[in-house]
Design a protein around this ligand. Structure first.
Ligand code: SAH
Length: 487
């Protein structure tokens, strides 16, 4: 994966200032390790008149896959091979964007103590990406970059030069030129738009991706004619995140309309590389995804069904929009631990009035659960024997009937990716079953249909191209509610 950034200059404003702006010395070849391999930065040319910096990312397929390979498990050998033999090492993708933001983290923020005036001013720029996977082709590449002030040359790469009759590949050779942009703006455009064009997978999509997108998109994304496409592709078409980002962008646009002052970006856009080396625990991601979905649903009174030791309840308490939070569990022991975790006995009156823990079984209808805005079943359904599941289904969707229900459960297909899990085992001793994505979707679709809900799905954790994410999430919305809203 390769990209070059060039600028031109003269004796007064030498092109080699690019080295200051990128915080990388033109005389050196530098290496940086990322979680996906090694990034190299070097300068094929560097004098007063012209200076070109090259970023080369050598991906390490093994690091990329992050899995226990072989060892007699992990699916068909062909499928395993496909993970190693793919275009990732060559094509400029979201990985290149992540490397870019990591290696040039100061530049992307426009920080340059040595040449502050040059960092703040537009400079002549030429950016070349020899192999850019572009779903949507050259036409989309132009629609994305031209509104930002780039002159775009996007030439489709033939599938095989010896056999022109085979037509074009999905790659383009991209050359961008501009005289009107700062280096920081240019880098931010690439950071967002490379993964948007790649559209295969933006690694580790999580709730904070929205913040990253907003920060990187500051000053250009709110007014972009393809804002919708950019937002939904960048966030891998994740419904709740996409909606949240759109709302936030709308607010930014409104704010910018009456305040033209450029805001200081003090939060690094470029900390992915580091952060991604220590992935957030899955349980944390799950809670983030659930809280995000609940916020987007507008719920204030929330049931956490099968709340276990109360981690989600604790998370919900931090956000004042959740005015009533009820944790329900069949296990008194779990509730005792939850109560200790929440320090219920020492809580101020105001806070205590927002939260309640109740003991009860989800296999029976319960009047106490009626009238709430939303219910969460986080990693609970798989703890019931399959024959008991219809009872829970009726108690929640038929009887309690909150407007929104969020259900998460393991995706059994992902189990081959857990290094420590012996083949054919479930993740937890008390799991009575674990479902594939198709099985979960079937169940959810049937439940939705039977009880008058719409259902949407989202991955939680890294969405593996072959086996999907470790956790699957379904968001149910009562159909009548949707209709009422639309009316
Ligand atoms: N929601 C928590 C805990 C999941 S563990 C989390 O996401 O981390 C599953 C929980 O469901 C356990 O606490 C278990 O006691 C509870 N549970 C299992 N069967 C139940 C039932 N029939 N009624 C209520 N809770 C149940």
């Amino acid at each position: 994966m390769f990209l070059t950034i060039s600028t031109s200059g003269d004796a007064a404003d030498p092109a080699t200032d690019l080295g200051y702006l990128l915080h990388k010395h033109p005389g050196k070849v530098q290496r940086f390790s990322t979680s996906y391999g090694t990034a190299h930065v070097f300068y094929p040319e560097a004098d007063d008149a012209r200076c070109t910096a090259a970023l080369l990312l050598e991906t390490d397929p093994a690091a990329l896959i992050r899995r226990a390979k072989g060892k007699g498990r992990g699916g068909a050998p062909d499928a395993a091979l496909a993970q190693y033999v793919n275009d990732r090492p060559y094509a400029a993708s979201s990985l290149l964007a992540v490397a870019l933001s990591g290696v040039f983290s100061s530049a992307i923020r426009g920080v340059c103590a040595a040449r502050p005036e040059r960092a703040a001013a537009p400079l002549p720029l030429r950016i070349e990406v020899p192999a850019l996977p572009a779903r949507g082709g050259a036409a989309l590449v132009r629609r994305l970059f031209e509104p930002l002030g780039w002159t775009v040359d996007a030439e489709p790469v033939p599938l095989d030069t010896e056999f022109p009759q085979w037509g074009d590949s999905r790659y383009v050779r991209l050359v961008l030129e501009s005289e009107t942009l700062t280096l920081a703006a240019a880098l931010r455009h690439l950071y967002v738009l490379l993964p948007v064009l790649d559209d295969a997978k933006h690694y580790w999509v999580s709730a904070d991706e929205v913040d990253k997108l907003l920060r990187a998109g500051e000053g250009w994304l709110p007014g972009h004619p393809e804002q919708q496409l950019i937002t939904s592709r960048y966030l891998s078409r994740r419904w709740s995140l996409t909606r949240q980002a759109r709302e936030a962008l709308e607010l930014v646009r409104l704010a910018e309309a009456d305040d033209s002052e450029v805001e200081e970006i003090d939060n690094a856009v470029g900390e992915e590389t580091e952060a991604e080396e220590k992935p957030t625990p899955l349980a944390v991601r799950r809670r983030e995804a659930i809280v995000t979905a609940l916020r987007a649903s507008g719920a204030a009174r929330v049931l956490d069904l099968g709340c276990g030791q109360g981690q989600l309840v604790q998370e919900l308490l931090k956000d004042a929009r959740f005015t009533e939070i009820v944790g329900v569990d069949v296990s008194v022991r779990a509730l005792t631990i939850a109560s200790r975790r929440l320090k219920l006995d020492r809580m101020g009156e105001r806070q205590a009035s927002r939260v309640r823990l109740v003991q009860g079984s989800l296999a029976y209808t319960d009047k106490r659960l009626k009238g709430y805005d939303a219910a969460v079943l986080s990693e609970v359904i798989e703890h019931l024997d399959l024959p008991r599941l219809p009872a829970l289904e009726y108690a929640v969707f038929g009887h309690a009937r909150p407007r929104t229900v969020v259900v998460t459960t393991p995706n059994v297909e992902y189990n081959v990716r857990w290094e420590t899990l012996p083949a054919g085992h479930v993740r937890h001793g008390d799991h009575r079953f674990e479902w594939t994505r198709a099985e979960f979707r079937d169940w959810a679709a049937t439940v939705a249909e039977r009880h008058g809900y719409d259902v949407e799905f989202a991955p939680v954790g890294p969405d593996d191209p072959e086996v999907g994410p470790p956790t699957q999430l379904a968001l149910f919305t009562r159909t009548t509610e949707k209709e009422a809203k639309a009316a």
